[in-house]
Design a protein around this ligand. Sequence first.
Ligand code: ZN
Length: 490
Amino acid sequence: MDTIRLYNSLTRRKEDFVPLNPPFVGLYVCGPTVYGDAHLGHARPAVSFDLVYRFLRDQGYRVRYVRNITDVGHLENDADDGEDKVAKKARLEQLEPMEVVQHYTDRYHADMERLNVLKPAIEPRASGHIIEQIEMVKAILKSGFAYEAGGSVYFDVYKYSQKYPYGKLSGRSIDEQMSGQRALDGQHEKRHPADFALWKKAAPNHIMRWPSPWGEGFPGWHLECSAMSAKYLGQTFDIHGGGMDLLFPHHECEIAQSNATFGKEAVRYWMHNNMVTINGQKMGKSLGNFITLREFFDGSHQALQKAYDPMTIRFFILQAHYRSTLDFSNEALEGAEKGLRRLLQGHENLNRLEPSDRSSVDITALPGLCKQAMCDDFSSPTLIAHLFDAIRVINAVSDGKERLSAEDLEALRDCFNKYIHDILGLKAPDQGNQPYREIIGGLMDVLLDLRQEARKNKDWSTSDKVRDALHELKITVKDGRDGVTWTLDL
Ligand code: ZN
């Protein structure tokens, strides 16, 4: 196993990844709140941590990957008051809240499958872990870092901050956090404006509610991830991931809850993907630039010039490092589409190359470079750059300018298969068209054989006719030293 260096958001530096209990790795990633279709902002963490998951597994780790579904307690404006996002959707569409949850969970799964995102090992729902969350509230009350007020239970941030550094992940001081608070209902119950709800008393019209020692209510949003990660990964586990927008308050509150419950840090490495902007702007429903994945896939949003294949979206995300911002524009996506095509075409060309006796070019460093890129904080853009360098060599071999031995060719194919398919999770768009691709390949063989025969008979006019007709179809035929090859330049 090679050492993986990863950027820990908590210490703000790259660290050697040393799992608590190798070869086992506990990975927890905050999943979606299921009250609407997934958009680019959902695709980014899903694809980024899919890359992490795939590479850890490739390195021989046995990863228990937990990604939750938030189906209760996520209130509007991420605040402690306001309507539950799921319940609001249910009210507007006259559905049971669990109908909304099922509907959007199914759609989320379908979108993730199209993006070739691997399924997590466990996908727990917040509503299925009310007992565990109530137990955690009880433990925090017992340790003295929470208090009950009017049927709700709040985390005592001020008291906690006397013993633990609250705000260390986001770098915000308590004073800063206070100034960001608005006067909302329920604020009067809190001892300190920075306190947050662990359990909220349900108003009479609140639909999603459960009995508790403090009366009927529902858990605070931050609690589910602390309770479910502890249940499935233990009190201390290796990696916790999520979008940068969750640094505060969500993850800051998770750290506080775990310390207050277990008296120790739950997470050893915090990883955060950066955000997606659209033409340099923040994505938001009010800005009219809120594009769902389904709208990308069928091109139906007015801001899109055309439909984009799910693999183009995946490649677009992987072209940037997960910690860099990612700006969407039609031009950027078209660039990604071309890049992906070039990569997959290079891979196809590689599979058609014939071996020579000896190699004229040294490509033995490639697998090491690819692995090195991934070991350096999962640098997918560096990995992709190495693959493009190799494609230049592949094209040179295809043109007869360079040669590769059977052994080198085999190593190159293994490397491409591994990094393109297994690690980057890329596949050719429209896999359903595979039978047609095979038929086209067969027809090309027939045509090129006929052309060869014409050339042998010095029938240049037929030979040129075939070449020109193929050229019209954007198929380039090359007569190399090792025979005839063709490429499709779409
Ligand atoms: Zn979470």
